[in-house]
Design a protein around this ligand. Structure first.
Ligand SMILES: [Zn+2]
Length: 178
């Protein structure tokens, strides 16, 4: 499971932030919506959405969405929590934005530099969470995810380059260990 972060691969651009992706299988009928523990505030709810791929979480305001709630719940607490702290950070910044959540979203959909800054904040707390809970971070997989999850809003290519993302992720993890 130490490479669970490695599963954040190959995702899709939607009209809202796409963060982690966890690959898993749910054995039982999943709930379509779950209440999240208070430690993830201002996030309150995880909902299933056909608009979001199975292995992706996306956040708008106090709700995050995924294509398969059961698959998400199949992961252990550290893995789930690392993603949710990332999403909770997006939620907090969206809700605090003076333009409102919609204003944050509009900029996220159109501004590469904004995506770069906001996602680095999210990934940083996610990586820090994993490191502080004893997980080895697979930096190649993080770099793969960062460089494929966020296509440029203004041209071709990605918001993040792979090698730069890898080096940055290592620096975040090293700092978290100090
Ligand atoms: Zn994110």
């Amino acid at each position: 499971m130490e490479s669970r972060i490695a599963t954040m691969l190959g995702f899709w651009k939607l009209c809202f932030p796409l963060c982690l992706a966890l690959v898993g299988c749910g054995d039982v009928l999943p709930p379509s919506s779950i209440d999240l523990p208070p430690r993830f505030r201002p996030l309150t709810t995880l909902k299933q959405s056909r608009s979001v791929p199975r292995d992706v979480l996306a956040t708008r305001g106090s709700t995050c969405y995924t294509g398969d709630v059961g698959a998400f719940l199949a992961h252990d607490d550290v893995d789930r929590s690392s993603v949710l702290v990332h999403e909770a950070l997006h939620a907090a910044r969206q809700l605090a934005d003076h333009r409102g959540v919609d204003g944050w979203m509009r900029q996220y959909e159109t501004d590469d530099a904004f995506v770069f800054d906001e996602e680095r904040l999210g990934w940083a707390v996610e990586i820090e969470y994993l490191v502080r809970h004893g997980r080895a971070v697979n930096f190649d997989k993080v770099a793969d995810a960062m460089s494929t999850l966020y296509p440029s809003r203004t041209g071709s290519g990605s918001v993040f380059d792979r090698e730069g993302s890898r080096a940055w992720a290592i620096s975040v993890a090293e700092e978290a260990l100090k």
